[in-house]
Design a protein around this ligand. Structure first.
Ligand code: ATP
Ligand code: MG
Length: 299
């Protein structure tokens, strides 16, 4: 168990889209907590509700039910400005998330001006250099460049530097490496890991790739049809997966260490009709598998 107080928590948050007669439960009583210096991975297939969870955290969506807690307090509209600085996002697409008309320096200057308005021009230039060094880019070389002059991996490092510029407590990274060349993915994950350790950040790492979750995250949760169906310490969950959907996800990962997981009858779980049918059934109670390992059994 983690000893720290959570910095951010979702408490039974729900969000439904679509028509009343054909609802899409994008988030269904989702609860989890992010802790300083730890990474929580959110894994699940396309459409399982991962980005919806990120958007709820970023306050792009208001929950239909449940609440968001920041340092134990509900996030209110009056506290939104400091909340928005404290909770930063790194997006999937490093090409779309930077403005092609502006230099790297400009991208970092803006958040610094907003977050630290008293900072003098010269100090700001030093801060920009420090941010670039933090993300392992050469400030002299990179600061004057435009996004199109950078590789995807470099752009993603700029996105991370920009997030760090406002001194956040939480970073939400939604598939931060899936659009990058395979050869630079590990570098970005290592960088996020370093930032987490050095700055005590709480990280939510969203991915459909359970193998990378194993690599970066102390804790993991598996999302299926808008619900968190299995969660706990990453090692425990992945070495002894109990939910058929977790087993299904793991069966797609080539891993010689993974003992054979029974996936019989699990393939149908991903069919839209099956998801709809099961979503309408009463949901079973959460069951504890082991200390810090839980599942919500299928209805
Ligand atoms: N703004 C919206 N309006 C209507 N339906 C939406 C909206 N956003 C998400 N959904 C639906 O909610 C469900 C969850 O979508 P979400 O984008 O959260 O999934 P995801 O796990 O991030 O998928 P991916 O891996 O493809 O990014 C999907 O069925 C999606 O179509
Ligand atoms: Mg998504």
């Amino acid at each position: 168990m983690t000893q720290t107080e959570p910095v951010l928590a979702l408490d039974n948050v729900s969000k439904t889209f679509g028509r009343a007669d054909q609802p899409v439960y994008a988030a269904r009583s989702v609860s989890f907590a992010l802790h300083p210096g730890r990474t929580l991975a959110l894994v699940g297939e396309s459409g399982s509700g991962k980005t919806t969870a990120a958007r709820l955290i970023m306050r792009e969506y208001r929950p239909d039910a449940g609440q968001l807690l920041f340092r134990g307090m509900p996030v209110t509209s009056s506290g939104l400005k400091s909340y928005r600085a404290a909770v930063q996002m790194v997006f999937q697409d490093p090409f779309a998330s930077l403005n092609p008309a502006h230099t790297v320096r400009h991208h970092l200057e803006r958040p610094l001006r907003l977050h630290r308005p008293k900072m003098k021009g010269a100090e700001r230039q030093v801060a920009i250099d420090e941010l670039l060094s933090r993300v392992k880019l050469d400030p002299k070389l990179v600061a004057p460049k435009y996004p199109h002059e950078l590789s995807g991996g470099q752009r993603q490092r700029i996105s991370i530097a920009r997030a760090l510029a406002v001194d956040p407590a939480v970073i939400v990274a939604d598939e931060p490496t899936s659009m990058l060349d395979v050869s630079v993915r590990l570098g970005i994950l290592n960088l996020l890991n370093d930032m987490k350790r050095q700055l005590g950040l709480a990280l939510l790492y969203i991915t459909h790739d359970i193998a990378t979750a194993r690599y970066v995250a102390e804790d993991i949760m598996v999302m299926y049809a808008g619900q968190i169906v299995e969660w706990g310490e990453t090692d425990k969950v992945l070495s002894n997966p109990q939910h058929p959907y977790t087993r299904l996800l793991l069966s797609a990962v080539p891993d010689p260490d993974q003992r054979f997981a029974d996936t019989s009858g699990a393939a149908e779980l991903t069919h839209v009709e099956e998801i709809r049918r099961r979503s309408a059934l009463p949901q079973p109670e959460v069951r504890q598998v082991a200390p810090n390992h839980f599942i919500r059994p299928l209805p």
